[in-house]
Design a binder for this molecule. Structure first.
Ligand SMILES: Cc1cc2nc3c(=O)[nH]c(=O)nc-3n(C[C@H](O)[C@H](O)[C@H](O)COP(=O)(O)O)c2cc1C
Ligand code: FES
Length: 652
């Protein structure tokens, strides 16, 4: 039990002095992404190898939170040198111990290699993916075993809490958050300090503070990574918020599909209670504050704050009209402050370092950093944290390392399923709440999906509307019906059944759904439609008028044929076809049975370049069928081609 700031400091010093004897630290990312690629086995292998080599007193092995570069996991960082190894397997472990731990040698094959310059990066901070970020919030993930409160305390954890309690009044805390211009990271971007002030000033003895960890955007995992990787940072922010607002009870609302996040936050709460950082008379300050965890059942709409509140009360999670806002009438009708995971995690940083420090990152009305989940057609996928105002181009090219396979960039979708698609011409805008809105997109909670030239923008709109139609709670008809109808029209267009007038109808539906829906789900659901219409209208027109998908992506508008004059009868497409649609045979020109073909495009991808026999068509006239007598033996042709290949080789 820690009863005062002085005791907190003594405990920290004790932890640090104990750690001096540990000469090396091996941190293995144990985030969900790395666990999925075998991080557990890597940790076990390190523990066994360290034991075998008698190094237990000199080397400390730990599983940590996610540092963001999930694409290259399992990730191992060896401190104090900060040597970073990627895609480590249990088989690599004995060599790492014998060479890097014992001899301080670097194992080249496990390092990051810049694909263009071919340069190797030894330290984590030298990898371009990290070098161009500012990781204020997730930077500590790789240093912390999230199940061990000592790791958080060693890094100065709960010092902000002590400072707030003993050096600041609740009003001063609210003032500092206001001065920092921190805006909510859950999507709306509302100024956090103003919300806190409203909840603080609302009449009533009982007040609640809530962490919104519902995170339902497909492909987004920023909140999960912070919750899994550094749960105490969220708790510390929440307790400071409770002190500022005058609350004695808080909730963490986490979706059930986040088992590791749930496990780690439950452990963190228990440890904080055991240390006197939660419960009665926290740190001897006189403040009582308890936190409970609530498991959400996974409905996207339950992330909306009023739906979340009803869900917490045990009722169906449906949004309600505001006002009244939760700040005056929230959980069980009491004043309630809800903030996003990342918003809460920023609070200790602001209290520790001051609003001025926070303000050095970002532009005038958008301060601090923001974590994005960078996914899609991009070389480096993962979590990236950048100062507000970084450009999309820098995020995609400097951090994400551009588009794979030499393909062209087409668009980036920001803001989750109800976000907007931004084309190349706007890649230099500063990424913040206001600039994204100007180009028809939103910040949302930080989803960022990169699309290349093979992506059909009509199909993208259809995909997101499909998600949103399924997630609409159905309470208000503009959203329930409007989103469904937009999805129906988009489906028709992508299946080649689009009609004249569909675009105008889509626009009309989008505008009425946007203006008449009850909550921001319906109000923002038209974004994918309106933004793709704004920048890629020609793609809609081509689908409708020419029954053609220019990206060869809409299955209903694409078919695959084999050019008999080029087919080498190699049977590769026959072997890889998932629907057994290729009529092949040794030395027989192959055919695609159109009735069986599921338009997956595998034959097009696997047909060897030397033949290039599979043709992909959309909107063009279908080739004439090959008469049976022409499906002749192609042995001679193949022999001729092979001879030619040999001759070419000799000449080369
Ligand atoms: C459909 C919908 C889903 C939402 N999902 C989330 C979510 O998963 N997490 C979140 O923090 N905010 C979500 N929000 C925003 C919340 O309503 C609310 O604005 C936010 O939790 C406030 O915290 P902040 O001020 O820190 O952003 C969602 C909003 C809508 C309309
Ligand atoms: S889960 Fe390991 S880097 Fe993200």
């Amino acid at each position: 039990m820690i009863n005062s700031p002085a005791e907190l400091e003594r405990l920290r010093q004790k932890i640090l002095s104990k750690r001096d004897s540990e000469k090396r630290r091996i941190s293995v990312c144990a985030g969900a992404g790395c666990l999925a690629t075998g991080a557990h086995k890597v940790i076990d292998a390190f523990n066994a190898e360290i034991e075998k080599e008698g190094l237990k007193t000199e080397v400390h092995v730990k599983g940590t939170g996610c540092p963001g570069f999930c694409e290259r996991g399992p990730i191992v960082v060896i401190d104090p040198e900060e040597t970073c190894y990627l895609q480590v397997t249990p088989q690599d472990v004995p060599e790492i111990v014998s060479r890097t731990i014992k001899e301080s040698e670097i194992i080249d094959r496990l390092l990051y290699v810049d694909p263009i310059k071919n340069e190797k990066a030894i330290r984590e901070s030298d990898i371009p993916f990290y070098k161009n970020q500012k990781r204020n919030v997730i930077g500590n993930n790789i240093k912390i075993d999230p199940k061990c409160i000592d790791d958080y305390l060693a890094l100065g954890g709960y010092a902000a809490l002590a400072k707030a309690f003993f050096q600041m009044t609740p009003e001063k805390v609210v003032e500092e958050i206001k001065k920092s211009h921190l805006r909510g990271r859950g999507g709306g971007g509302f100024p956090t300090g103003i919300k806190w002030e409203a909840a603080r000033n609302a009449p009533g003895e009982t007040k609640y503070v809530i962490v919104n960890a519902d995170e339902g955007d497909p492909g987004a995992f920023m909140d999960r990574a912070v919750l899994e990787g550094n749960p105490h940072s969220i708790l510390e922010g929440l307790i400071i918020g409770a002190y500022a607002i005058g609350s004695h009870e808080g909730y963490v609302y986490v979706r059930q599909e986040y088992p590791l996040a749930l496990e780690n936050i439950v452990i963190a709460i228990r440890q904080a209670e055991e240390h006197g950082l939660l419960g009665r008379d926290i740190l001897g300050s006189g403040l009582d504050f308890d936190v409970k965890v609530h498991r959400g059942a996974g409905a996207f709409v339950c992330g909306e704050e009023t739906a979340l509140l009803l869900s917490l009360e045990g009722k169906p999670g449906e949004p309600r009209a505001r006002p009244p806002y939760p700040a005056t009438s929230g959980l069980w009708g009491k004043p309630t402050n809800i903030n996003n995971v990342e918003t809460w995690a920023n609070v200790p940083l602001i209290i520790n370092n001051g609003a001025g420090w926070f303000g050095q990152y970002g532009g005038e009305k958008n301060k601090g950093t923001k974590i994005f989940s960078l996914v899609g057609k991009i070389n480096n996928t993962g979590l990236v944290e950048v100062p507000m105002g970084a450009t999309l181009r820098d995020i995609i090219y400097k951090i994400g390392d551009g588009i794979p396979g030499g393909k062209k960039f087409k668009a980036v979708q920001t803001g989750g399923p109800a976000g907007g698609c931004i084309p190349e011409e706007h890649l230099d805008i500063a990424v913040d709440f206001d600039q994204l809105a100007k180009v028809g997109a939103i910040m949302g909670s930080g989803g960022m999906i990169v699309m290349d030239e093979d992506t059909c923008m009509v199909d993208v709109a259809r995909y997101f509307l499909n998600f949103l139609a399924g997630e609409s709670c159905g309470k208000c008809s503009p959203c329930r019906e409007g989103v469904k109808q937009m999805h129906r029209i988009l489906t028709d267009i992508t299946e080649g059944k689009g009609k004249e007038g569909d675009i105008e109808l889509l626009e009309e539906l989008a505008m009425s759904t946007r203006s008449a829906s009850l909550c921001a789900l319906g109000r923002s659901a038209p974004n994918p439609v309106l933004s793709t219409l704004r920048y890629f209208r020609h793609e809609y027109e081509t689908h409708i008028k020419e029954k053609r998908c220019p990206s060869y992506s809409c299955k209903g508008l694409v078919s695959y044929y084999i050019d008999p004059s080029k087919c080498g009868a190699c049977r590769i497409c026959d072997r890889d076809c998932t629907s057994e649609a290729v009529l092949g045979g040794k030395n027989l020109i192959h055919l695609i049975d159109q009735a069986k073909c599921n338009r997956c495009g595998t034959c097009f991808e696997v047909c060897p370049a030397r033949f290039g026999a599979v043709i992909r068509i959309s909107g063009e006239s279908v080739p004439a069928p090959i008469p049976d007598e022409l499906r002749i033996i192609v042995r001679q042709r193949r022999a001729k081609r092979e001879k030619q290949d040999e001759r070419n080789l000799v000449t080369d």
